[in-house]
Design a protein around this ligand. Structure first.
Ligand SMILES: Cc1cc2nc3c(=O)[nH]c(=O)nc-3n(C[C@H](O)[C@H](O)[C@H](O)COP(=O)(O)OP(=O)(O)OC[C@H]3O[C@@H](n4cnc5c(N)ncnc54)[C@H](O)[C@@H]3O)c2cc1C
Length: 549
């Protein structure tokens, strides 16, 4: 009998991926969490993973994206108010993110592993919706920069670390929790911030107070309560803290010109702003703005790694879920050798990215008191950012294809994931800039390269393919030919050697073998799904997707 529709029965369509705890169904993440120092966070992550997987939460993610934020520059009487209205779903997602400490918990939590625990939570929650994690991430990242001014930090940090999401547009004194942003990029350049033309003039009415005049071409989350901005003073490029509201209760004149119409990241408002003499406080030494802001940059780069890794995990989840519920030519897709190969390769990327992301996060826990960890953080943040962000769009495209036509239709989560996938590669240093930063790190602190070799040392001698990749990388680095034009090649090989070392050390032999065979040996294939026949693809797939038999 025909039911739902008049002309045919509907079958062979997978159920939605819902109700599968995003944390407990990710064995690789659970292992990495324990290994990298935060086993105490399992219960919190289990609860967050369950919430992430609930149909209601997933619907919030959809709603926050189809109902884009809207600018209300003026009130009905013609006064400038520069307010952005968000859909309630966005606020709901922000509330959960902040009550779980994704925005700042490590700054108030003395436990070892606090940055790792937060990183794991970001990996889980980002899979629900990526856009709202932009302000969450910026809030997390401003703290180390703000600490250059102890008085400012004392005033703002208690509200930054508050677990209460308070979206009211009001001076900080009236708020129980705040979020923060950063505005560096100008029309003439984002990578080269030293070309900024915004000026900062001392305001004679108060020591330390400046008036900023100019513009910023990208300012995401313009409803943030405070921003770090760069501006030129008589001494040079300097870093300023710019609150949305002035202490006297007036609006700081941050004029939102318009919101960007973006490829993806649609729940997040990204604006163009003009600064009409806004009040700002100097942070750090005048003329040393880049140096002051660099720690913030590092933390946002870590979050770019987490974002890319979450997209890679979720693309794999959706692809493997679909393929284990859909048949073609009389067999489940996941059981057909070529699809098994594609899925296993997507899983391998996810496992390697997850291991690298959480190892990197550990260096943020320990960097303060441990020189090796500081050097790991310095060198491997850009290395891992480059690679995970470069892999994400390619991975997303392949995952989308596993769903066939369904993956290309907006009702599926894949188009949103695909549109988001290039963004982390752009933020906080796009590919070339990041590779140049790796070269800079090795040049200025050659010990950082020593720290890299120390990291991989435990597995040298355990796999001939790995050893050959290490030898080839050493030769590339020792090559006296100009390195700048080879930087992408070198950084890619560093990332692969680092990931290979982590998998050889911590993952089952089948996974490490698959990685060495497909990423390190000979010329790696450019497409996913070309694992050599010697690899146990099914085992790799099963480990990463508990729904595969
Ligand atoms: C959705 C979104 C939100 C954003 N939000 C914010 C925000 O909140 N705050 C903020 O400050 N910025 C924000 N940005 C801006 C972002 O940080 C910049 O776009 C980025 O830094 C690149 O700067 P640019 O666009 O000026 O490109 P350019 O600096 O002009 O770079 C263009 C290309 O040239 C390459 N390049 C640059 N220098 C070199 C070199 N020396 N050698 C080789 N290649 C080079 C780059 O890698 C890049 O591929 C946002 C961007 C997007 C897309």
């Amino acid at each position: 009998m025909l039911s739902e529709v008049e002309t045919h029965a509907v079958f062979n369509q997978p159920p939605p991926f819902e109700g599968r705890n995003f944390f407990t169904s990710d064995r690789v993440l659970g292992e990495a969490l324990a290994r990298e120092g935060a086993p105490w966070a399992v219960d919190e992550l289990t609860a967050l993973g369950a919430e992430a997987a609930s149909p209601d939460t997933l619907e919030l993610g959809r709603l926050a994206n189809v109902n884009r934020p809207e600018l209300r520059a003026f009130d009905r009487f013609g006064h400038r108010i520069d307010v952005v209205d968000y859909h309630p779903a966005y606020h709901e997602l922000m509330r959960t993110a902040i009550s779980n400490g994704l925005h700042a918990a490590p700054w108030a939590d003395p436990r070892t592993g606090a940055h790792v625990a937060r990183a794991a939570k970001v990996l889980v929650w980002y899979q629900v919706e990526a856009g709202h994690l932009c302000p969450v991430s910026m809030t997390y990242s401003v703290v180390p920069a703000l600490r250059h001014e102890p008085a400012l930090a004392a005033q703002w940090e208690p509200r930054i670390t508050s677990a209460v999401y308070d979206p009211t547009d009001a001076p900080i004194e009236a708020k129980t929790g705040v979020t923060c942003g950063m505005a560096l990029t100008e029309k003439q350049g984002g990578s080269d911030v030293r070309a900024n033309t915004t000026t900062g003039e001392p305001d004679p009415s108060e020591p330390g107070l400046y008036r900023l005049t100019g513009h910023k071409w990208f300012c995401s989350a313009p409803m943030s309560d405070g921003f770090l901005m760069l501006a030129q003073t008589a001494t040079g490029l300097s870093c300023f803290w710019v609150p949305r509201w002035c202490p006297d209760g007036s609006r700081n004149p941050i004029r939102i010109q318009r919101l960007k119409d973006k490829l993806g990241d649609r729940s997040n408002a990204s604006s163009e702003i003009e600064l009409a003499g806004v009040a700002g406080r100097l942070v750090g030494e005048e003329g040393r703005g880049v140096r002051t802001i660099i720690e913030m940059v590092n933390h946002t780069r870590l979050d770019c790694v987490l974002g890319a890794t979450a997209l890679i995990r979720h693309g794999f989840v959706q692809a493997s879920w679909h393929a284990t519920h859909r048949s073609a030519f009389g067999h489940l897709l996941a059981d057909q050798p070529l699809m098994t190969n594609v899925l296993a390769d997507l899983a391998l990327e996810s496992e390697a990215a997850t291991a690298a992301a959480l190892r990197l996060a550990r260096s943020y826990d320990a960097a303060g008191g441990d020189d090796h960890e500081r050097l790991v953080q310095r060198l491997l943040t850009p290395v891992v950012k480059f690679w995970s962000c470069k892999r994400a769009p390619q991975h997303a495209a392949e995952a989308l294809e596993c769903l066939g036509g369904n993956g290309y239709v907006e009702e599926s989560p894949l188009p949103r994931l695909f549109r988001q996938s290039p963004l982390n590669g752009l933020w906080e240093g796009s590919g070339n800039v990041i590779c140049l930063d790796v070269l800079r790190a090795m040049l200025r602190e050659p010990e950082s390269l020593e720290a890299f070799w120390t990291e991989i040392a435990p597995v040298v001698g355990t796999d001939a393919r790995f050893d050959a990749a290490v030898a080839s990388l050493r030769a590339s680095l020792a090559d006296v030919a100009p390195i700048e034009e080879r930087a992408r090649h070198v950084v890619e090989r560093m990332a692969l050697v680092f990931e290979g070392a982590l998998l050889l050390r911590h993952s089952p032999g089948v996974v490490a073998d698959a990685f060495c065979a497909s990423r390190l040996e000979g010329g790696a294939d450019a497409v996913f799904g070309a694992l050599p026949p010697s690899v146990d693809a099914r085992a790799v797939l099963r480990r990463n997707a508990p729904w595969v038999d």
